[in-house]
Design a protein around this ligand. Structure first.
Ligand code: FCB
Length: 452
């Protein structure tokens, strides 16, 4: 029996734009995701977050689901445009929803874990240059200060940013996410400014003398070479710099990887975003590292690729509905690597989960594929714990099906099914399976069989 330690945090995660809806209520301003989703052709089937899961109104029912599930923590994010809806205007009442949510969670014995930024930048800030502009760093600090002053005593766990790689690379480099720009220069500036705003916010948190923990969540993807050819091994090394170390190194070591810095400099024609003292700010000590893990990358050398000279090759494992390879060993490899290269920083897995083509049959959803996915990944995490790894908790993505960014509602990641017609919630088999894991603090024996 794989037993997890007492006090291990079991949780589920969501994000504001993906679940809340009520985008025009409570004085909320527009975000870049409202604009992006309402631009034809950007999101699958023209889906948008106007209603989403209506969590804004149904949060009490959702908390009941969490309570029945038995989780000890709920990770959610705050919508910045609820607090700074337009230029020059701070709207503290926009936090009322979160105050209600947090109080209800605390009453239910569930620890709130708040992500300050999960991609819904106020549109007015984007109009002023967005993450491409250094001014956004001070605005983010200002926004965080409001959150800390209003909610700081109630919230024990803060995450400055969710996946700055996605916010910068997908949003400003590849155009797949809001604000939908394809400009590498801006993408790398955005990445730097996101990290800088993280550092300033961590410092601020310390200055205010708050008692909880603060960290950052990165999407980390272990990279494997397609063959043992030295060219492919070198390609994997470059991909790892781009995907992982560009964020890990500045936060945990106070430096960007030199080699990538040189490449970026060449590709964008002079990378001048970094100013003296920035890296010292970015590397302000954090209390934990949040890790989002879904899959791995396998790459081969490819001189035709201008930035990195790499080409992705599909791995051999089974695939989820996102077409992501199921590769649980990658989680173990990743955690071990973090420990080896970055020391014993406390880690939370802040997201892990899978999308499958779920069907409701007679009021149930038999998502054995998701159970298997989770069991295998829990087992990988357990192996790391057994070896003395400093893993504190595990948040399943997601509590419920929701707006999966550019895929709209076409991809279901929840352990609770959402009927988007009626907004009814139907706990899937994986929900009941997770309930048992939490009860036992262990992976049930039949799942352990699967995880062998
Ligand atoms: C992550 C995001 C999260 C969700 C999952 C599937 O990149 O942080 O919001 O969309 O992927």
């Amino acid at each position: 029996m794989r037993k997890f330690p007492e006090g291990f945090i079991w949780g589920t995660a969501t994000a504001s734009y993906q679940v809340e809806g009520a985008t025009r209520e409570g004085g909320r301003g527009r975000s870049i995701w409202d604009t992006f989703a309402h631009t034809p052709g950007k999101v699958a089937q023209g889906h948008h977050g106007d209603v989403a899961c209506d969590h804004y109104h149904r949060y009490l029912d959702d908390i009941q689901l969490m309570k029945d599930l038995g989780i000890s923590s709920y990770r959610f994010s705050i919508a910045w445009p609820r607090v700074m809806p337009e230029k020059g205007r701070v709207w503290v009442k926009g936090l009322d929803f979160y105050k209600r949510l947090i109080h209800a969670l605390l009453e239910a014995g569930i620890r709130p874990a708040v992500t300050i930024y999960h991609w819904d930048l106020p549109q007015w800030i984007e109009d002023d240059g967005g993450w491409n502009s250094r001014e956004t760093v001070s605005r983010f600090r200002e926004y965080s200060e409001i959150l800390f002053r209003e909610l700081g005593d109630l919230v024990p766990m803060w995450i400055t940013h969710n996946e700055p790689w996605c916010a910068s690379i997908l949003g400003y480099g590849l155009g797949a996410h809001a604000p939908g720009l394809c400009d590498w220069r801006r993408a790398y500036r955005a990445a730097h400014h996101l990290l800088l705003s993280h550092g300033h916010t961590v410092r601020l948190y310390r200055e205010l003398g708050l008692k909880g923990e603060i960290g950052i969540t990165l999407n980390l993807t272990p990279v494997y070479p397609a063959s043992s050819r030295p060219e492919d091994v070198a390609a994997a090394h470059r991909q790892d710099m781009f995907q992982n170390r560009w964020f890990l190194d500045p936060v945990l070591k106070g430096a960007y990887p030199e080699e990538l810095l040189r490449r970026v400099d060449a590709v964008v024609g002079g990378f001048d975003a970094v100013q003296p003292g920035d890296l010292e700010v970015i590397s302000a000590p954090i209390d934990f590292l949040g890790v989002n893990y879904y899959s791995r990358a396998v790459v081969a050398d490819d001189p035709a690729d201008p930035l990195l000279g790499v080409r992705h090759v599909p791995g051999e494992g089974p695939r989820t509905e996102m077409d992501w390879e199921v590769y649980p060993e990658g989680l173990y490899d990743l955690l071990s690597r973090l420990r080896r290269d970055y020391g014993d920083v406390p880690i939370y897995i802040t997201e892990n989960g899978a999308a499958y083509d779920d069907r409701v049959e007679g009021g149930s959803v038999h998502d054995t594929n998701r159970i298997e996915y989770l069991a295998l990944h829990f087992a990988a995490a357990h192996r790391f714990l057994e070896e003395g790894g400093n893993l504190r908790g595990y948040y399943v993505w997601s509590l419920m099906d929701n707006f999966e960014w550019a895929f709209g509602y076409t991809k279901r990641f929840g352990i609770v099914y959402v009927d988007y017609e009626t907004l009814a919630r139907i706990p899937k088999d994986s929900y009941f399976w997770y309930q048992q894991v939490i009860r036992d603090r262990a992976i049930a024996p039949e799942a352990t069989e699967l995880a062998r």
